[in-house]
Design a protein around this ligand. Structure first.
Ligand code: PGA
Length: 254
């Protein structure tokens, strides 16, 4: 179901005490004030902090727990890996998949991401599936072609029921961690394109029902403008999610 949503991707940052302090600050600043109209907030800490951070989130509130990755198999001899089922068992409801950092540094391709999506869905997790073009692709005027292919190859193999569980995040690679945000018009243009592609692959209702987030140097200053776009339903926030005051301002930017 389409919803206003802000996810904080903490990436590989913070120690355990710092993580607990940050989530404490966020929940006390953002509180549950106006919880009925408040957006869904998904906090995505590193694996070792998941359970403890989840315990700090007010129960039955708009705060939810998410992970940053999962393995494609349910269990087995995969030293160092973490399965979707394990994540669900510590209280995760969401998992980020296909982040450009995973695609680039860990060579995650569409085939592998397809398996991870299936594993996440089978464990009852909602995937936050990332797509986004590089600067070269944008400058070659191939953004739509590239994103269209990422959607078709990465996501549109899911059944209608499976797809209904997915949140999409548009994250132009050139905007991630660079301080160079897409303009709200650039974000809106790609979000509208993504919605069109969903309508083609599934149907018009599925397109209307999908939550599509923007990510890439979104911050306390530009969130309101980005979120005011008709096809932008919220944000996947990296750097600014590590500062409680900034993250709270972003949550309150609808
Ligand atoms: P950023 O990261 O907000 O630091 O640009 C966003 C992301 O990578 O999810």
């Amino acid at each position: 179901m389409r919803q206003k949503l802000v996810a904080g991707n903490w990436k590989m940052n913070l120690t355990y005490p710092e993580a607990l302090a940050l989530v404490g600050e966020i929940t006390s600043l953002a509180g549950e004030a106006g919880a009925a109209s408040a957006p869904t907030v998904v906090i995505c800490p590193p694996f070792p902090f998941l359970h403890a951070v989840g315990q700090q989130l007010p129960p039955a509130s708009n705060f939810h727990l998410g992970a940053q990755n999962c393995h494609q198999k349910e269990s087995g001899a995969f030293t160092g890996e973490v399965s979707a089922k394990m994540l669900a068992s510590v209280g995760c409801e969401y998992v980020i998949l296909g982040h450009s950092e995973r695609r680039q540094y860990f060579r995650e391709d569409d085939e592998l991401l397809g398996q991870k999506l299936k594993a996440a869905l089978a464990a009852g997790l909602k995937p936050i599936f990332c797509v986004g073009e590089s600067l070269d692709t944008r400058e070659a005027d191939e953004t739509f072609k590239y994103i269209g292919k990422q959607l078709t190859d990465g996501l549109f193999h899911l059944s209608n029921e499976e797809f209904a569980q997915v949140v999409i995040a548009y994250e132009p690679i050139w905007a991630i961690g660079t301080g160079r945000t897409a303009t709200s018009a650039q974000a809106q243009e790609v979000h509208a394109f993504i919605r069109e592609q969903i309508a083609r692959a599934y149907d018009a209702q599925a397109a209307l029902d999908t939550t599509i987030l923007y990510g890439g140097s979104a911050n306390a200053q530009n969130a309101k403008e980005l979120f005011s776009q008709p096809d932008v339903d919220g944000g996947l926030i990296g750097g600014a999610a590590l500062k409680a005051a900034d993250f709270t301002t972003i949550i309150q930017s609808f």
